[in-house]
Design a binder for this molecule. Structure first.
Ligand code: ADP
Length: 192
């Protein structure tokens, strides 16, 4: 199963991806995690990405695609993968489609986690206190939400047009949302 998880910052993509990984037995690939690891390791790529991420802007498409290609070349993706945080704009969606066509592993489904803006802001503020992520400060959060609306939301239509989109209401307990996600995947039925 090859899945793309779509949803605004704070929508619970990371949490649900970790659970789906267990349920489906395929690796969870988060471009945010890959980038944060590069920043923590102080690689040249990480040094380039650090300030951009802290501002809540998108790291350049080339850098992220290169990183993703490297990750997809590892042996554990044979049975599929859950992509979290990619694609984040239409250029990335097209690049991903071309890349996966080349390796004959097209995306099966894109799951969109639907959460209202008020709750997103609340959740991100809560996470800022708990985890202290460098990009959870108010200005960066505002930027990330704006980037999502302007650049990432069109990706939802990209998958809708291909008949690959399911939407899941992302409000409720983590278990409730996981159940909805699994059901939507099983039935390929939650139209939106
Ligand atoms: P969130 O969904 O809460 O914003 P992520 O961990 O997915 O968290 O992403 C954190 C940051 O990493 C983004 O704001 C962006 O700077 C960078 N990033 C992650 N994925 C991508 C991507 N596909 N393209 C460009 N930048 C990305």
């Amino acid at each position: 199963m090859r899945l793309v998880l779509l949803g605004a910052p704070g929508s619970g993509k990371g949490t649900q991806a970790a659970r789906l990984k267990e349920a489906l037995g395929v690796p969870h690939i988060s471009t945010g995690d890959l980038l944060r690891a590069a920043v923590a390791a102080g690689t040249p790529l990480g040094q380039q990405a650090k300030a951009v991420m802290e501002r809540g802007e998108l790291v350049s498409d080339d850098i992220v695609l290169g990183m993703l290609e490297e990750r997809l070349a590892q042996g554990d993706v044979g049975k599929g993968f859950i992509l979290d945080g990619y694609p984040r704009n239409l250029a990335q969606a097209n690049a991903l489609e071309a890349l996966l066509e080349r390796i004959q592993q097209p995306v099966d489904l894109a799951v969109q986690l639907d959460v209202g803006t008020e709750l997103l802001i609340q959740r991100l503020a809560g996470r800022a206190k708990e985890e202290g992520r460098a990009d959870d400060n108010p200005e960066s959060v505002r930027n990330r939400l704006r980037v999502y609306t302007d650049q990432t939301a069109p990706v939802i239509d990209f998958y809708r047009q291909r008949g690959k989109l399911v939407c899941v209401y992302g409000v409720g307990s983590m278990d409730e949302v996981s159940q909805r996600v699994l059901e939507a995947i099983r039935n390929h039925a939650a139209t939106c």
